[in-house]
Design a protein around this ligand. Structure first.
Ligand code: NOJ
Ligand code: CA
Length: 685
């Protein structure tokens, strides 16, 4: 990856303060001046900050700090020893993503603090102010008197100025697979989702805590609070104080209650606040990925985005199963060849096979060591499937379902990756369904470290990962570009066996979960009602909306999730899935309202072709899209749209496909059915 440093100015303000109880404050702005950050310490020596955006206070006085090792209070009785500021401006290039280049331009302010009472300890709070938000982190340098650090409490506050509207999921310590609720902060009740029957593992200890990204709407602005570079630290939930509209960080603990066990020197993840005027700017913001280290993988030539099919949805809808003892197993050599034939004919590069390795009959038991990750069932001849796939240009995508038995996975991980590497398998989907063994919460520091070990180990074996039941996405794809995608939300699969996802769900994802990074949502279900398998379940979108999701929900690995025989009935519509890229030159959000609708245009990496995805919730809509982002010249537009009578429930498979010639002076008129969408492919002529 190429880093182009354009400018680096370091200004050491470096003034010493009197240690008397005097209010100490300082100010720094974003490069364009729209965001102003004030930091201060009050009479009690509590450090804090305040943010003004567009002349409006968006975060009122909020306090910061830590309680460590039971007795060390790094949140009060502090003094500011020095303040330094820097400006940083670079443009870096990424091997894959929503755009080729990323601008990383911010002003930084570092507060160096120390305790006024013994033992004297120093620490820093570093703020970076971008044009689209702020990130800050804590740093505890190496020093006498502090070696091992147990964080009992991180006291980061976000004091909102009003009872904002928020799109939230519960602060579950085990799962992010919840539906979003839109409500005022004062109406948050995460306990209402407790004991959800279809979550394999869930723990919501605090009815007033939510997970991040937490996106909110204020008066003329939008905010989203999340974290960046979550490494060797616990995942953060936010506890809501309804009276004061204050959110406070609440970290997912170890089983003994300690939040983070570490050593000095330590750096916390960045706490991030994206602040924008229009909701679409949240989607194009690069703040989170910018607050991660550059790639640790020097040669990224082996890392490639891809589309894939899977022996997968057929298990979820009950046509076949993972285990030979349940009903007919899906992962047979013959079935794999059938998928490979279809994928090869329609330019899909990969085939995921779940249930090929022994152990599935004990899946979800509390038994440990049920998978060894390398022994195929007798009906799956892996070498034959690999040979056949290779002859047809289709890669096998490996699968590591750990069933939460991380102790065993940690022990076998190296040999499990080696097995795939030896066979030429380059992509692995992993999964962590169920309770973790040894007892730990999915979003705890212990698991954050496990997920990181898996990414690092996979990189050693030149393996790209797609993690299900992951830790939240915090931009680590910059540092580890082999970490292609992850689930970490309520995906398509819930439509097959749970309370199904309402039409507004996919119109919420781009403004919430997707702000963290790529989403393996698994779009592309064409047999919307699948009544022949399950009468009481369905996908709550039109078929055209399933196509639009390939552009709207970004992932460098996109699944064509349905069965070949279902696609055979709509090969004209499948052509869009064949054509749509998974790597982009640039991205533009053409219109957006959180949970209601969004239209995104993306230019294919390396060509002048553009693709548009437009989706709506239950409401039908009409949009006029200016095509002024196209390059000069004629484009062939292929428009996959809802039929005139289409409706997500009453008539979801009604669609029409139009072809016409357009230029960048044209306006495209789109009509979206209730729960519908439109997908457009624009090929430069
Ligand atoms: C959960 C994953 O999200 C799903 O995609 C997978 O099929 C099952 N685990 C089985 O591994
Ligand atoms: Ca899942």
């Amino acid at each position: 990856m190429k880093n182009i440093m354009r400018l680096l100015i370091v200004t050491l303000v470096g003034f010493l303060f009197f240690s008397c109880a005097k209010k100490q404050s300082t100010q720094i702005s974003s490069p364009n001046g729209n965001i102003v950050l004030n930091t201060f310490t009050n009479k009690e020596g509590e450090p804090g900050y305040k943010i003004v955006f567009d002349n409006k206070t968006v975060i009122d006085s909020s306090f910061l700090g830590y309680v460590l090792n039971d007795r060390l209070d790094l949140s009060r009785n502090l003094q500011v020893d020095s303040i330094s500021t820097t400006t940083f401006n670079e443009t870096w290039e990424r091997p894959w993503g929503e755009s080729r280049t990323v601008d990383n331009y911010y002003n930084q302010l570092t507060l160096s603090l120390s305790t006024k009472t013994d033992p004297v300890l120093t620490f820093k709070i570093v703020f970076r102010v971008f044009d689209d938000g702020i990130g800050f982190r804590y740093e505890i340098p190496e020093q006498q008197g502090i070696d091992s650090i147990f964080i009992n409490n991180e006291k980061t506050q976000f004091h909102l100025t009003d009872d904002l509207t928020a799109w939230w999921i519960p602060g579950d310590w085990e799962s992010y697979e919840h539906l979003w609720t839109k409500s005022r902060l004062s109406e948050i009740d995460a306990g209402a989702r407790r004991n959800h029957p279809n979550l394999s593992c869930t723990l919501i200890p605090d009815s007033l805590a939510v997970n991040t990204p937490l996106t909110m709407e204020g008066d003329g602005y939008y905010l989203s609070i999340h974290e960046a570079s979550l490494v060797d630290y616990a995942g953060m939930t936010l506890h809501v104080d309804k009276g004061s509209h204050t959110l406070t960080s609440s970290l997912v603990p170890w089983p003994d209650g300690v939040k983070v066990k570490t050593k000095s020197p330590m750096k916390s993840p960045w706490r991030t606040i994206q602040i924008v005027k229009e909701p679409g700017e949240l989607i194009t913001s690069n703040l989170i990925v910018n607050l991660n280290e550059p790639s640790k993988i020097e040669n990224t030539g082996w890392i490639k985005p891809s589309k894939y099919m899977g022996i997968w949805w057929e298990m979820h809808i009950g046509k076949s199963s993972w285990a030979p003892t349940w009903n007919n197993p899906g992962a047979t050599t013959e079935n794999a060849k059938k998928y490979i034939d279809f994928a090869s004919k329609h330019h899909i590069d990969g085939l995921l096979v779940e249930g090929w390795n022994t152990g599935w009959e004990n899946w979800l038991d509390t038994a440990t060591q049920i998978f060894d990750f390398v022994t195929p069932y007798p009906y799956f001849n892996i070498d034959e499937v690999l040979r056949y796939g290779k002859s047809k240009g289709v890669n096998l995508i490996g699968h590591h379902e750990t069933s939460g038995d991380v102790a065993t996975y940690d022990r076998l991980m190296d040999s499990a990756y080696q097995y795939y590497e030896d066979k030429g398998v380059k992509y692995v989907k992993s999964g962590y369904v169920g309770r973790i063994t040894p007892h730990q919460y999915h979003h705890s520091q212990w698991m954050v470290n496990h997920y990181q070990r898996a990414v690092t180990k996979a990189a050693e074996h030149h393996i790209m990962l797609d993690v299900h039941e992951p830790i939240k996405a915090t931009g680590l794809r910059r540092t580890w570009p082999n970490l292609l995608s992850r689930e970490g939300l309520r995906g398509q699969e819930f439509n097959a066996w749970s309370e199904t996802n309402p039409p507004s769900h996919t119109a919420t994802i781009p403004f919430t979960r997707m702000l963290g990074g790529p989403v393996d949502f698994t779009p592309g279900i064409f047999n919307i009602k699948f009544n022949e398998f399950k009468k009481d379940k369905q996908v709550n979108t039109t078929l055209a909306k399933q196509l639009a999701l390939y552009v709207v929900i970004y992932s460098p690995v996109q699944m064509a999730a349905d069965l070949p025989e279902h696609y055979e009935k709509h090969l004209d519509a499948f052509k869009f899935i064949e054509d749509v890229p998974v790597n982009w030159e640039r991205t533009k959000v053409l219109n957006a309202a959180i949970g209601e609708y969004v239209t995104i245009a993306r230019q294919e990496r390396g060509t002048d072709n553009w693709f548009i995805g437009s989706i709506t919730n239950e409401e039908q809509r009409e949009f006029d899209l200016l095509l002024d982002f196209l390059q000069e010249g004629n484009y062939k537009a292929v428009i996959y749209k809802d039929g005139p009578d289409a409706h997500w429930d009453k008539n979801p498979v009604s669609y029409t496909i139009d072809s016409l010639t357009v230029t960048n002076e044209d306006i495209l008129h789109l009509k979206l059915a209730p729960g519908g969408g439109v997908a457009v492919a624009l090929f430069q002529k």
